[in-house]
Structures are given as C-alpha cells and as structure tokens.
Design a protein around this ligand. Structure first.
Ligand code: NDP
Length: 480
C-alpha cells in the first residue's frame, strides 16, 4: 500500500491527526494507496516553515533562484517514466499521454519560469522636468496554490513555478483524487536544492485543508484552478480578506466548423479536442457547431472516429483512451447522458459504460459519446459535463454560429475552423472567450495570457500575467 505524506519544511511528514483518505486507481476501481487527510494543524506547520524560509528566498539572487528552478525541471525530466506511470495510475489517463504531454509540460513550466524571472521587468513613467515614477514588483510572501485532478502535475507546476520564480514561498494542495505526482515533486525539489520551507505540499480534502489554506491570514494570495462552483465558494469566503485571487474555472467550449475548412485535418483536430484525456481538459471542445452544408459529411466522419476509439487499460502502450477519473465523476457523466436523452438528444454513438477484462474489470470506462438534436439551451449544452461527451448542432450563417457560441455562461476557449481570413478576424473579436484557436487546438506558447471570461474565471495565468499576479506592485515617485 502506497502511503503518502505531506511535504513540509523540506521533509515528508505524516498528518498530525493520523487520518488518511483512500487513493483509488480509476482503471481498476481499487484502493491502492492512502493520502493524508490534513487539517489546520498541518497547515500551521507549513506556514511556520514558509515564514522561516521567506526572507532568504526573497532575497536570493535571481540567477541562483533560476538555477534551482532549472534543476527542478531537470529532476522532472530525469524521472519522466516514473512520473508518467504514477500519473496514469492515479488519474486513469493513458500512460502515453502522460509521457508526451503532462510530464514534459510540467518540466517546461519550471524551465519557462526559471527564465521568466530573470527577464521580468517593470515600468517607468517620466513626468517631464518634474519627477520619475518607477514600479517595483515585489514578491507577495506566502501564497496558496490549489489545483484539480485532470492534469495533475501539469497544472500543479503551472502555478507553483511562477509563484516560486517571483520569490514567494508556497503552500500547495493537489486534488485529493490525484495526489501522487505532487507528492513525488517534493523529493525532486529537495534534490534540486530548493531550500526547505520554500515549497510545502499538503494533501487532503478541498473542504478541509483546501479551505483552510484559502482563509489563512498569513497566506496572501490564492491561485486556484477547478470547478466554477468551488471558485465561487472560495471567492465568497476570502473576499473580506482582500487577498489576491486568481481563478481558472470551468468551460463549455464551442468549436465552429465552417464548410471551407480543411476537412480531414479539422475532423482529426476536433476529434482530439473532444476526447483527449477522456474529455477531461478544461479546454476540450464540447459544443460542436457545423455549417449546414457540411453537417452530414462532418458528422459521419466524426462519429466513425469516435466509434473506433476504444477505452483501454491506460497502462497499455497502445491506449489512446483511458479511464474516467473516479466513480463519482463517471456517475455524474452518465447522469448527463440520461439527461441528454430526456432533453430530446439523439445518441449517435457511445452513451454507456464499457467493461474491460481482467485487471480493469471494475474500472471506470466510458465510450466516447456524441449527441445531436439538442437545443442550444438544453442543460447538456449549457452545463459543463467534463467527460467524453459532445453535442453537434448546425448553423447557416456566421452570425448564427457566433450567437450559438456566445450563448453560454462560460467563456474559456473557442476554436474556429475556416480558411476565410475576414471571418476569422471578425469572429475572434466577437467571441466571448479568453482563448481563441484558429485551425488548431491546444497549441500553447507559455508566454501568452491563459484564462477565461464570464464563469470561466478571473485573471489570467501564463508568462508575465503570472509573474504579475504573484508580485505586489508599488509605484515610487521621485521628484526632481
Ligand atoms: P474542484 O473544484 O472540485 O477541485 C479543485 C481543487 O480545489 C481540488 O484540489 C479540490 O480539492 C479543491 N477544493 C475543493 N473545494 C475547495 C474549497 N472549498 N476550498 C479550497 N479548495 C477546494 O475541481 P475538480 O478537481 O473536479 O476539477 C475539475 C474542474 O476544474 C472542471 O470544472 C474544469 O473545467 C476545471 N479546470 C479548469 C481549468 C482552467 O484552466 N480554467 C483547467 C483544468 C480544470 P479536492 O479534490 O481534494 O476536493
């Protein structure tokens, strides 16, 4: 049995209350480990450690800080295979995906922000013949980072790396559903020479230690990625404390497919955008709008690809689709599938749980699922399902496509598939999403602002946006 510990003050420690939660492998449905059910007492230890470590970390020369972050990236790369395997077991994602996306990207996050901290500059405003203003950007102090289960180490490091790069000490909590690679990161940081107390990793529930991190008075900023409801609860809870808050929340992302698209490539890319990581990426497309004249042809091609995609043991090298992350999440998705039928949806493929044999006979597998015939107002077109379930609708003009896409409480990401340049510019200006991909999906440059509008979040991550979030701004005005 794999028993995890918290990583506090540079060492692994059991939770003070000695309480543990089960860690379940989604592909088998079996408990394979225990994780600390930490509480405020563990958090207090982490805060004391972070307070102690803060002055030296804040004043460490940038080059030295960057070297440590590079060494963490190297440590992740050296453990690529072990981390990919751990991620796949914990989350149910194909090990091949963890190997080529999740883990390399976690290393890139540390590399990127190692570099960014040495390039980060601030502004100066001259008042001719009177004064000069310059802006100091200083680290905040102790910050909290809370991440979800869908891209465990990838999103955990996407927060921790800029927070550390900006000179903060961090108290971080991974999702209790996927804690393993976060636990492994502690050792990697230690081996890389990260001073003890600079990063503290606590395991436990969101309502327990997660909430305690958000409200702790000595934690001055919270960077959160997760569901919109949780984001709203955190925002409500910490509003009276006026701490900095970054929220990366849910999505219900539209894909707009026009008749003039490159057909084969678009089918391939929309298919990936729909079902990668079992549809459990906040950026996955779930509402597919297709121009009327292309609708039937596109539908037939997409459905054929979905029928050919079979869930497999995620540890199989050939697996392209793994398990849903938990029984509770599988049930939630299955409920939405029933709801889609009640709402008048026509099931084109999938729609049911899949039973595999042997080791995976009790795992949480679901066939890729496609519906058509739902109205845009149907709950299944308005609420985030966060699984391998998409809906198809047709449109007959650019205006209609835009209106359907924008008719959502969410505003994270949209994709447009067309070869018409004017249309591309007009739509990108008018789509209410934080990210628009044109003829591509998930093509990421870490310098770009990342995040959503409306109920998809508050603030942006990535590049200088993240460095700004994790620093406090002070204007200095010097009169001549
Ligand atoms: P949750 O909101 O359930 O949980 C996210 C994290 O917050 C977990 O670590 C969770 O802990 C913790 N948490 C839960 N309640 C609280 C609380 N009251 N106070 C503090 N922390 C809390 O999201 P999921 O893990 O289910 O992740 C899926 C969601 O994340 C989807 O909605 C998805 O769209 C969104 N997401 C958004 C992204 C973006 O960039 N916009 C990227 C990836 C995902 P625990 O799990 O232990 O309860």
């Amino acid at each position: 049995m794999d028993i995890l510990k918290n990583y506090i003050d540079g060492c692994y420690q059991a939770p003070i209350n000695n309480r543990y939660l089960n860690n379940i492998e989604p592909a088998t449905g079996e408990v394979y480990g225990k994780i600390p059910d930490s509480d405020i007492d563990d958090l207090e230890l982490a805060v004391i450690a972070a307070e102690k470590a803060l002055p030296a970390w804040q004043s460490m020369p940038l080059e030295q800080r960057a070297d440590i972050l590079y060494a963490i990236a190297k440590g992740i790369e050296c453990q690529l295979e072990a981390l990919a395997l751990a991620e796949s077991i914990d989350n149910g994602k194909p090990v091949s995906l963890a190997r080529i996306v999740d883990i390399p990207r976690a290393a890139s996050n540390f590399k990127f922000f190692a570099h960014a901290c040495s390039q980060f500059s601030s502004e100066s405003h001259s008042m001719t013949n009177t004064a000069t203003n310059y802006t100091l950007r200083q680290s905040i102090g102790i910050v909290g980072c809370i991440s979800p289960w869908n891209l465990p180490l990838y999103l955990f490091s996407w927060k921790i790396a800029p927070a550390l790069a900006a000179g903060n000490c961090v108290i971080a909590k991974p999702s209790e559903i996927t804690p393993k690679t976060a636990a492994m990161l502690g050792q990697i940081c230690q081996d890389a020479g990260l001073p003890k107390g600079v990063l503290n990793i606590l395991h436990g529930t969101g309502s327990g230690v997660g909430s305690a991190i958000c409200t702790h008075k000595k934690i001055k900023a919270i960077s959160f990625t997760g569901g919109t409801k949780t984001g709203a609860a955190i925002a409500t809870q910490i509003a009276p404390q006026f701490k900095k808050l970054s929220l990366e929340l849910g999505g219900k992302n539209p894909a707009l497919v026009f008749a003039d698209c490159d057909f084969d490539d678009t089918v391939e890319q929309v298919f990936k955008a729909s079902f990668a990581n079992q549809g459990q990426i906040c950026l996955c497309a779930s509402r597919i709008y297709i121009e009327q004249s292309l609708y039937e042809k596109f539908k037939v091609a997409l459905v054929a690809k979905a029928k050919a995609l079979k869930p497999q043991d995620p540890l199989e090298k050939s697996a392209k689709m793994g398990a849903i992350v938990s029984k509770a999440h599988l049930d939630k998705i299955l409920n939405y599938i029933e709801l889609a039928k009640e709402e008048g949806g026509i099931l084109l493929t999938g729609g049911q749980q899949v039973t595999l044999s042997e080791r995976c006979r009790n795992g949480y597998f679901l066939a890729p699922t496609i519906f058509e015939g739902l109205t845009n107002q149907a709950k299944c077109n308005q609420e985030e399902i966060f699984g391998p379930v998409i809906t198809l609708q047709s449109f007959s003009s650019d205006e209609e496509a835009l209106s359907l896409a924008n008719e959502s409480e969410y505003g994270l990401a949209a994709t447009i598939w067309t070869n018409n340049l004017s249309r591309t510019h007009l739509l990108t200006e008018q789509l209410n999403t934080g990210i628009v991909w044109v003829n591509c999906w998930l093509l990421r440059d870490l310098r770009t602002p990342f995040g959503g509008m409306k109920h998809s979040g508050l603030g942006r991550e990535g590049g200088n946006e993240a460095m700004r979030f994790f620093t406090e701004t002070k204007n200095v005005c010097i009169k001549y």
